[in-house]
Design a protein around this ligand. Structure first.
Ligand code: DQA
Length: 146
């Protein structure tokens, strides 16, 4: 199957960005790990990061090319973006919402998500491991390679 990992604003700075909250692992390391694990399970995984809402909306729309599953950390857009939510609803591709931190344990403005009620599930609070757990869940749902 074909998986897409989407990363929202400021996640390009992972590794140096508030390491006490987000850890020391870079986005390149996270992406390489996801690709390796997906391929080992017989699937394909592409990654896309942008700081721009419109670029993320367009990448979600482009996923109508046959993408079977999306892993998304919408980052700050989690709490603001009706447009990105609507894009995911429009393409109707199942997705898991991911966060490195646990937004529920942070500022009140991080407690609401425009994505969680549409998501297959949400993985948050495990640092870079959140991505690995989400991929495991996606692979479980996708079943045998195809
Ligand atoms: C985040 C949590 C968001 O509240 C924040 O805006 C981010 C990262 C996380 O992965 O913990 O940029 O999505």
């Amino acid at each position: 199957a074909k998986l897409l990992a989407l990363h929202g604003p400021n996640l390009n700075l992972l590794g140096t960005r508030e390491p006490g909250i987000y850890g020391a692992t870079t986005l390149a390391e996270i992406e390489a790990d996801l690709v390796a694990r997906a391929e080992a399970a017989g699937h394909r995984l592409e990654s896309f990061q942008s700081n721009a809402e419109h670029a993320l909306v367009e990448r979600v729309q482009a996923a109508r090319d046959g993408t079977d599953f999306i892993l998304i950390n919408p980052a700050a857009f989690t709490h603001t973006s009706v447009a990105l939510r609507d894009a995911l609803a429009a393409v109707a591709i199942p997705f898991i919402e991911i966060h490195l931190s646990n937004p529920h344990a942070r500022e009140p403005f991080r407690h609401t998500s425009y994505f969680s009620d549409l998501a297959v599930g949400v993985v948050c609070g495990f640092g870079a491991d959140s991505y690995r757990y989400a991929l495991d869940a996606a692979l479980q749902r996708l079943g045998a390679a195809g």
